[in-house]
Design a binder for this molecule. Sequence first.
Ligand code: APR
Length: 320
Amino acid sequence: MRRKIAIIGGGQIGGVLAQLIAQKQLGDIVLFDIVEDMPQGKTLDIAEASRIDGFDVCVKGTNSYQDIAGSDLVIVTAGLPRKPGMSRDDLLTTNAKIMKSVAEGVRDNAPDAIVIVISNPLDVMVTLFQKVSGFPHHRVVGQAGVLDSSRFATFIAWELGLSVKDINAPVLGGHGDTMVPLLRYANVNGLPVMELLERKYASAEKAKEVMTAMVERTKAAGGEVVKLLKTGSAFYSPASAVIAMTKAILNDEKRVLTCSAYLNGEFSVSGYYVGVPAVLGAKGVEKVLELNLDETEQALFDNSVNAVKKVVAEMETLGF
Ligand code: APR
């Protein structure tokens, strides 16, 4: 059976996503935006590449929520991106308004869909989408950890001169300045990255210094791109991260991907969406996998959860 995937927000991320989904033939696509003609223009452009790329899916642009009816998956990219000097949390007021209207549109037109949210501030926007839509928590998930972990892995690959394909480097917590790259769990096909660094530099101290620099670069990686682009934020890599999640869900792959998932006691947190390792399959978030954090890691994770809680509280005082 053909799958139907709706993308809400046809900007930078939405456009790349539509192209990737078409090229990979993951399903028929509806690209929705409030801007007139733009999603129609982008999808026409993508469709006209179908003969060249050899894909055969329907790609439709729209300004009407009715067109997302029957979607199996909805991907929400609607919302302003950051400008240089802004934190993701600075987007709260504007994007909360947008997210509320999007959640209502999706709730009323695609009530059975699984939803992946990308808009920032991520963990808070996922929270708001779930609250307004009333969808079960396991059907609403946020993309952040797949990208943050990929950024961390990329820096490690460059540092060690090894293939990025063999590197696993989990990043947990909220998708903000307090995110927690887990250096103790970073490995190259099972070999601890810290040990490889110690061997490379023949110094535990230098290895720690190099790792700390990579951790800090990972935490600031989104801002590094914003600073260079000047007019927007990262869009290729967030779209790729969503593709990994989309495949996991639509193909019931049971992949373990770090995403913003609702916690119900896991990691000693209840009632919040935060980045954790989760099993993604046909039901959405099928399970959150806990791992042992040492005292320092737990303190960093708690700090990150507290940062998410603070912005959720702020959003509530704004009336959302
Ligand atoms: N409903 C649907 N789409 C909307 C709405 C709305 N109420 N309001 C704005 N949009 C659309 C805009 O018209 C624009 O096309 O959302 C799109 C956002 O696209 P970009 O501005 O290009 O932003 P992008 O880089 O794609 O990032 C989108 O993801 O990573 C986050 O921080 C980023 O919040 C931002 C989001």
